[in-house]
Design a protein around this ligand. Structure first.
Ligand code: FMN
Length: 275
């Protein structure tokens, strides 16, 4: 097997601001190259993702770190075409949910710990606090990222789906979630359509996200440089659009939340009041 070209991958990820690495142990890392090659896949071939694939992917997810090893997350595998269609039409999910052969719904889950406490005659008062909600969502996110990396290692493509938080009660009902559990997001999985041209999407220059010892606020020239890098990448995909405009639209006002401004009330209705 030929060694991965890590520096070439870094150039794709960062463009002009790419770091250049020289350590042979780093340059020969297949695992690093896999991570650097990540791209979201939104167009899937008509080929099956087997139960063994999902077993392996779930094992990778469960191998991730988890706060106090409480494992306060769950995953619900959805394959049924009608259910996937309803998740799009009723729960506000992305159309990608209907297109992918498998969708994994990652769940922030305090229902399991609450059940265990209940079996032992104890309440589950601490599950109602914001810290617990955060832990459930953080654990779900960490597990999901290991699932995504495992899927990519197997040659599969994935895309995260945050849209299922738009109507969280509907997604929860559709997969029978108990009180104390909420869908954090979905991950659609399938074999990448060979005709899909999506590539390695540039990221902010590393100095924009990485500080030493003390946090360094963003520099405007780094953002402007990134705007140019992303525009050049988007042009290769036949897309226009400005990253700066997107970020501003996201933070400017409540419209940037795309209907998910109801998150606190929705979580409370799911039995996660986040006190
Ligand atoms: C929590 C989360 C939710 C996301 N939701 C969606 C989504 O609903 N639809 C979509 O097309 N992409 C979604 N994405 C994918 C991002 O748009 C994508 O990761 C980002 O544009 C960077 O592109 P890349 O993954 O190809 O590098 C989501 C990603 C994350 C982490």
């Amino acid at each position: 097997m030929t060694a991965p070209d890590v520096n070439a991958l870094l150039r794709q990820r960062y463009g002009a601001s790419a770091p250049v690495l020289a350590d042979p142990a780093i340059l020969s890392s297949e695992a690093l190259a896999l991570l650097l090659r990540h791209r979201s896949v939104r167009s899937f071939a008509d080929a099956p993702v087997t139960d063994e694939h999902v077993t392996a992917i779930t094992a990778a997810a469960q191998s991730a770190a988890s706060s106090s090893n409480n494992q306060s997350w769950s995953v619900v595998e959805v394959r049924d075409a009608d259910r996937r269609a309803r998740l799009v039409s009723e729960a506000g999910g992305s159309a990608l949910i209907a297109d992918a052969p498998v969708v994994l719904l990652f769940v922030a889950d305090w229902a399991r710990a609450s059940d265990i406490a209940g079996w032992h005659g104890e309440p589950a008062e601490a599950a109602a606090y914001l810290e617990s909600t955060l832990v459930g969502f953080v654990d779900a996110g960490i597990a999901a990222q290991s699932a995504v990396v495992a899927a990519e290692a197997l040659g599969l493509g994935t895309v995260y789906l945050g849209s299922l938080r738009t109507r969280p009660e509907v997604s929860a009902d559709e997969i029978g979630l108990p009180e104390g559990a909420a869908v954090a997001f979905g991950v659609a999985i399938g074999w990448p359509d060979p005709a899909d041209t999506a590539g390695i999407k540039p990221r902010l220059p590393q100095r924009a996200v990485r500080s030493r010892e003390r946090y360094r606020p963003i520099a405007r020239e780094d953002v402007d440089a990134y705007e140019r890098e992303l525009a050049a990448y988007n042009a290769t995909q036949g897309r226009a659009g400005s990253w700066i405009a997107q970020v501003v639209a996201r933070v400017r006002d409540v419209r940037g939340l795309h209907g998910r401004e109801n998150a606190r009330a929705a979580l409370e209705r799911r039995g996660l009041p986040s006190r």
